[in-house]
Ligand binder design. Sequence first.
Ligand code: HEC
Length: 111
Amino acid sequence: MRTIIVFALVSIVSLLFGDVGKGRAVYEANCAQCHSIHMTGGLGRDFNLVSYTRTKKEIKAYVRDPSREYRKFGYSANAMPTLILTPEEIENVADFIDSLQPFKKWMVTKK
Ligand code: HEC
């Protein structure tokens, strides 16, 4: 019985955090050449800033088709290519970016 409970807990925890780990791998293989995560600069914005200012939904939309979204995001030109990723990889990398900043801009109340 105890084994079953432990197994169930491990499964639940891996469901909650598994995506972020996989998303980091997607990030390293597909985004790291242009986007930093330690404010070291690059062609695209650091993902800490993206995490702070964008929703997960916005991040996914951008990765799916930057050429369609760039104006909405405030850019006058689009240099990010449309990457060949599976829907699962997009979901995971968005989870990873989202996890970088637990406190979001829209949660900060103005005084
Ligand atoms: C070849 C360089 C390059 C690669 C690779 C790249 N990006 Fe980008 N990304 C950019 C540039 C440049 C921009 C700025 C807007 C534009 O030019 O489209 C950008 C913008 C973005 C934005 C909007 C940022 C904001 O808040 O305004 C998101 C989200 C994003 N990229 C996610 C990703 C993810 C996720 C990956 C990997 C799966 C990735 N990018 C790979 C260059 C890149």
